[in-house]
Design a protein around this ligand. Structure first.
Ligand SMILES: [Zn+2]
Length: 234
């Protein structure tokens, strides 16, 4: 039982490591979420009085990009309706206004986020956050929840320099768990299969399946491993 628990733990750690490696590889190789991806769907919501919320999401393999902006624009209220309530990913926090906007310290707030991972997003980061009050900049934040890779060439798209490549470090917990379990299962099945194939191959050649010492009987004289009849017949 203890062996099973430790085995499962080891494979989950391997799976989690693999999820992070895959997410970071996707982040490094992605050109740019915003410009590259087709914006599949948009949602526009009129929320409480005089507040307009516009959210956009685009998804490609291994990447989810989303933006959300909150504005106080009385003229737009009533012109739009909710197109897709479930579109904005919950991990992004974009469906909630920032504190600065909620407290009236800004009359416009827009954020961009991106998540990487396969098959589902596992790690995310903020790309930018800009907040304005009467056209004056209140907040101008770049990437956060990420680590920049200064030794990699900057992202270039169509002659535009999009800044350094960055690795997201904020977990999308559900996605991280799903990806980790999946990698753990796939990798452990592959490892067990490979181990069995190697053992079968050794037994067929008359070698100890554990230490490759030449067998003269059912018991390995080198490591004490006992080969069953069934194994020898296989
Ligand atoms: Zn042996």
């Amino acid at each position: 039982m203890a062996r099973l628990v430790s085995g499962v733990t080891v494979w989950l750690v391997v799976g989690a490591t693999m999820s992070v490696v895959v997410a970071w590889s996707l982040a490094i190789t992605a050109r740019h979420a915003n410009l590259d991806a087709d914006r599949e769907t948009a949602r526009t919501v009129v929320t409480a009085a005089e507040v307009v919320y516009i959210g956009r999401v685009s998804k490609t393999v291994g990447m989810t990009w989303a933006s959300g902006s909150w504005e106080r624009k009385p003229a737009l209220v009533g012109r739009y309706r909710d197109l897709n309530q479930d579109l904005i990913p919950p991990w992004s926090g974009l469906a909630e206004p920032t504190e600065v906007f909620a407290n009236g310290l800004a009359d416009g707030s827009s954020r961009e986020v991106v998540a990487y991972g396969w098959p589902v997003p596992a790690l995310w980061m903020q790309i930018s956050r800009i907040e304005l009050k009467e056209s004056a900049v209140v907040t101008n934040e770049g990437a956060s929840g990420s680590v920049a890779l200064p030794w990699f060439p900057d992202k270039q798209v169509g002659g535009n320099n999009l800044g350094p490549r960055t690795l997201p470090i904020r977990p999308v917990w559900r996605g991280l768990v799903v990806d980790s379990c999946l990698y753990a299962i796939v990798l452990s099945v592959l490892a067990v299969g490979a181990q069995r194939a190697i053992r079968r191959h050794r037994v067929r050649r008359g070698l100890c399946p554990r230490c490759r010492y030449r067998l003269t009987s059912n018991m390995c004289t080198e490591c004490g491993y006992e080969t069953s009849c069934a194994q020898r017949m296989a």
